[in-house]
Design a protein. Structure first.
Ligand code: GTP
Length: 273
């Protein structure tokens, strides 16, 4: 197509979604929802599970780290605790990622999405060499977007919101990939407050002040406020570079908006990467 002119190779049909989120954000429920949504639209995805420690996966994975590495065995053999075990299992899997990638590439023109589920302990993926290697390999093979799941009901306090956004920001700068914030659990907590804060840092600063007046030093000493006010200016820049949607992984609300945003993120990838 004319849009592809000047590109060395046409990008594959599939868009890869790397799904990350803090423990309890609802990542597994989200993966399950996305899978069943895509099935109902007859657009089944190619699914990779990278969480070696998950016991029950409520969806089918085409490639499952647990088929290659036995995490409990790794813990025993290397005398590691749970996090060391997960990290080492991921490292072992990464040494074979070229094979995984060739499977993905073989299917990249047959499916619309490749879904990558990451370990429940977010930093094991976001702050490890293996996580970077996998992310970079995937992103060099097909359009890739990072999907960051947020536990909306737990992020209504301004200080928590800011910590979560700073974490997201650090992942954006680490991966440098198109980034999508997904405010999950909108069935219990609508995400409009978050959109307001992201659109208008003064609204965030007002919320901060109000919270201080009602909760005193519960969220931290008052001198933190001026730091938070400054950081809200920094984040203002960050917000300009990303998309945010609200979903309920539980009820399925927001799936259309989610996939519209994924499509926009893919277009950004095609333009910039
Ligand atoms: P780990 O992988 O175990 O760290 O957790 P996770 O991030 O995968 O979260 P999981 O999907 O297990 O969900 C955590 C909790 O949030 C569970 O009790 C879910 O039922 C609940 N949950 C997930 N999504 C939603 C949602 O959209 N709405 C509501 N109300 N609850 C949700």
């Amino acid at each position: 197509s004319p849009a592809d002119k000047g590109k060395q190779k046409e990008s594959p049909r599939a868009t890869a979604m790397i799904v990350i989120g803090m423990a309890g954000s609802g990542k597994t429920t989200f993966m399950q929802r996305v899978n069943s949504y895509l099935h109902s639209r007859e657009q089944p995805a190619y699914v990779l599970n990278l969480d070696p420690a998950v016991i029950h996966l409520p969806f089918d994975a085409n490639i499952d780290i647990r088929d290659t590495v036995d995490y409990a065995e790794v813990m025993k053999q290397y005398n590691l605790g749970p996090n060391g075990g997960i990290m080492t299992a991921l490292n072992l899997f990464t040494t074979k990622f070229d094979q995984v990638l060739s499977h993905v590439e073989n299917r990249a023109n047959e499916v619309d999405y490749v879904l990558l589920d990451t370990p429940g302990q977010i930093e094991i993926f976001t702050w490890s060499a293996s996580g970077s290697i996998i992310t970079d390999a995937l992103a060099s093979a097909l359009p890739t977007v990072v999907v960051y799941i947020i536990d909306t009901p737990r992020t209504t306090a301004p200080a928590t919101f800011m910590s979560n956004m700073l974490y997201a920001c650090s992942i954006l700068y680490k991966t440098r990939l198109p980034f999508l914030l997904v405010f999950n659990k909108t069935d219990v907590q609508p995400h409009d407050f978050a959109l307001d804060w992201m659109r208008d840092f003064e609204a965030f600063q007002e919320a901060l002040l109000e919270r201080r007046q009602t909760h005193g030093e519960e969220d931290g000493p008052a001198y933190m406020d001026s730091l938070m006010n400054s950081m809200s200016l920094v984040l203002d820049e960050f917000y300009k570079h990303l998309r945010a949607v609200g979903v309920s992984a539980m009820t399925g609300e927001g799936m259309e908006e989610l996939f519209d945003a994924v499509q926009e993120a893919r277009e950004e990838y095609e333009k910039d990467y």
